[in-house]
Design a protein around this ligand. Sequence first.
Ligand SMILES: Cc1ncc(COP(=O)(O)O)c(C=O)c1O
Length: 387
Amino acid sequence: MFGHKNVARLPRGYPQFFDRGQGAVIWDVDGREYVDMLCSWGPILLGHVDPEVEAAASTAAARGDCLNGPSPVLVELAELLTDTVAHADWAIFSKNGTDATGLAVAVARAETGRGQILMAHGAYHGIAPWSAVPGTPGVLDQEVSSTPRYDYNDIESLERAVDRAGTDLAAIVVTPIRHEVRRDLEDVKPEFATRSRELCDRLGAVLILDEVRCGLRTDPRGSWEPLGIRPDLSAWSKALGNGHPIAALLGIRALEHAATTVSATGSFWLNSAPMAAAVATLTRARQADLLTSMTAAGSAFQQGLRDQASAHGLVVSVSGPATMPFMTFDGDDDFDVARVWAAACAERGVYLHPTHNWFLSAAHSPAIISRVLDATDLAFGRVAAWS
Ligand SMILES: Cc1ncc(COP(=O)(O)O)c(C=O)c1O
């Protein structure tokens, strides 16, 4: 068992294997039921086993999921994406977030003929060597290269990193918000987003927005669209297929030629069932009421946590967009308190994570949120008695 889905990283009592999911609820193999506040680490946007998404995927699968070329649903999905995401003129598809961010880096390098990719300290863009932390077992130092890192939301550190990259600057990669593990989530400062756009424009570099985690949970037109800042490339996955494996790299017209020159392919990248699932998911995600009701449910959850913590005499910081909430305890640098709290939530049938942000889906109704808050209140009680 490897990576973030290894239960050894969670407090004792969390299940490793699951039997099924439905709407906002999941069941482990021992039949225990949990409200899923992690949404499979992001992919579940409409709820587990959404009937429309599953019908679209199984209809496509019944016609042949993996053929010698794509089905026309590829065109339908590309047109829907370019019609939805403001900066996008074209789309290429793959499976995972790592594929999409890796393709973005390749397109930026192909276009500019340069090598350096700037990313934020602590940011996660997948498991490819270009974004690995130096010293990662199995990754050669020369694969990590000398990629300088900047601090998210810190213009001076971004400018310093740009200076260090010099004439070899190919791209700045940035996430729409700061969403590293083990810290409060933080909105992007508009002036930071603006500066990253200006620097790329001035230096002929490519601005890559990694939408893998935020995509469709903030603004389906693109997470920085409300700021009026458009990237050159954006990488999407997770929520795009409501659990079906699909990723997309979207780009502006000026980078279309470069995108056709990079090495991009995979045996399953053009399967039709995940694309049909993505069409159904995106069609729903484009309707304004989806984010409105998810935001209302998430805001009620966030406010409920604040009220409960204070009633128990605990100081917490609740952060993140309402659809991607997170909470830390004051002074809990090692996340010991968070682990006690999360374990108590799990015991009471709520699955969330002590160090990684959570996700809401459209299936998180007010009734589900109130069920979750019943459990979190008892968990705060446990923490208050423990600390
Ligand atoms: C911002 C971001 N980019 C890229 C990735 C990598 O996606 P995947 O795990 O699908 O390869 C993740 C995964 O969590 C992510 O959060």
